[in-house]
Design a protein around this ligand. Structure first.
Ligand SMILES: *Cc1c(COP(=O)(O)O)cnc(C)c1O
Length: 408
């Protein structure tokens, strides 16, 4: 039996995966054009505006508002939704902190609910059960690019008169029933941070089909201004969340590759689903036939250590990395973050909400724990490889399975 790479053997994977970020002359020329034009900021510029329109159109949405990052996209969206003190917003417990911190920034209470056991996306039934008279919205997160159950979430939101917002920071180009994600509810937010599947280092976007939401979000992101009005008229509370022309230019170039790249990640993801399902103890994040495309910010699978001689997840991940397969850490559950366990989050709240018990933060969240401590995330650039690469990922995991006893 070959020796594991972590113990000095040959790595299973020798051919490197595509490096991320990917760029070429398109980015270089676009940046140079901005440089020489002398127009480097959003307001009189053309690049960020063109990117907003192209990104929204690609996602089958009417409006796009480019902002500084994905966290700010959530903040601006929540402001446009009128979320504020006394309100509650339901969020999945398994997500990046921004989904909840944006709610706190609005002065409202994020209410984490558990995710489904196999999709790691918000459980629509638990979301429905958490709705009360203070609930204003549900934020769905398409974890790893896999769309949450948008049929059920839309139905729950409509039934109870709450607003659905999609945090699509992982899901550029993902589709549910043949339609791009992001505008199933009032709108959706995206991130262009360095690890995401389109990037300018930093950046964000809000898309929507709702004209009034768009008007309020656009004004919020530009100091309370309104399009067509005098520069120094400020109609409502706003701040400066504008994206620069440099980033707009780079993202316009990145967008030209998105369709081909997401098609490839989706196809490779399904190849891995097939190849890994034969390995005892490995269970890929559930696919769903309504997901016509998964943009795959990551490839996520559940790791059951009982099938690997009891080797814990961290040790397995180290062994996998040594074999040449890149991974990234899953999210710890929101309720276990210091900001919640210490009570620090209460400084953003006011009135009765600031001192209420919030017992939900102390409930068990078994599936979020499963996501946090028992899943493995292969980074998205690996999914840009070819069929042979996917076979080699499966072979690396198979090799660890066969040699698991050596890791104890
Ligand atoms: C990355 C991310 C964000 C925040 O985006 P930034 O651009 O890093 O601010 C929000 N939600 C999720 C789920 C993310 O992964």
């Amino acid at each position: 039996m070959p020796t594991l790479a972590i113990q000095g053997g040959q790595p299973a994977k020798t051919k490197p995966f595509p490096a991320w970020p990917i760029y070429d002359e398109r980015e270089r020329e676009a940046l140079n054009e901005v440089l020489e034009s002398g127009v480097w900021w959003r307001t009189p510029g053309t690049k960020t505006l063109a990117f907003e329109r192209a990104f929204a159109a690609y996602h089958q949405a009417k409006h796009g508002i480019a902002v500084t990052n994905g966290t700010h996209a959530l903040e601006v969206a929540l402001a446009a939704m009128g979320i504020g003190p006394g309100d509650e917003v339901i969020v999945p417990n398994a997500t990046f902190v921004a989904t909840a911190s944006a709610v706190l920034f609005a002065g409202a209470l994020p209410v984490p609910v558990d995710v489904s056991a196999d999709s790691y996306c918000i459980d629509p039934e638990l979301a429905e059960a958490a709705i009360n008279e203070n609930t204003k919205a549900i934020i769905a997160v398409h974890l790893g690019g896999r769309p949450a159950d948008l049929d059920q979430l839309t139905a729950v939101a409509q039934k109870h008169g709450v607003t659905l917002l999609e945090d699509a920071a992982h899901a550029h180009g993902s589709e549910w029933r043949g339609r791009k994600v992001g505008a199933f509810g009032i709108g959706g937010t995206f991130s262009f941070q360095a690890s995401k599947t389109m990037t300018a280092g930093e950046g964000g976007m809000i898309i929507s089909n709702d004209d009034e939401f768009e008007r309020l979000a656009r004004s919020t992101h530009d100091c309370g201004r309104l399009p067509g009005e005098w520069f120094y008229s400020h109609f409502m509370y706003g701040s400066n969340y504008r994206l620069s022309e440099w980033q707009g230019a780079v993202l316009l170039a990145q967008l030209t590759r998105l369709d081909e790249q997401t098609a490839r990640r989706h196809a490779n993801g399904r190849l891995l689903d097939g190849a890994l399902s034969g390995i005892p103890g490995i269970t890929p994040q559930s696919h769903d036939r309504r997901i016509s495309r998964n943009g795959h910010y990551a490839y996520i699978f559940h790791y059951d250590k009982r099938a690997f001689a009891g080797v814990d997840t961290g040790r397995f991940v180290s062994a996998l990395e040594a074999e040449g397969v890149p991974t990234q850490a899953p999210y710890p559950p929101l309720h276990a973050l210091d900001v919640f366990t210490s009570g620090a989050y209460r400084s953003r709240l006011s009135g009765a909400q600031a001192s209420a018990r919030h017992d939900f933060l102390r409930q068990p969240y078994p599936n979020s724990e499963r996501e946090a401590w028992e899943t493995v995330w292969i980074t998205q650039n690996a999914l840009l490889g070819d069929e042979e690469d996917m076979g080699e990922i499966a072979a690396a995991i198979g090799k660890i399975a066969e040699n698991a006893r050596d890791l104890i």
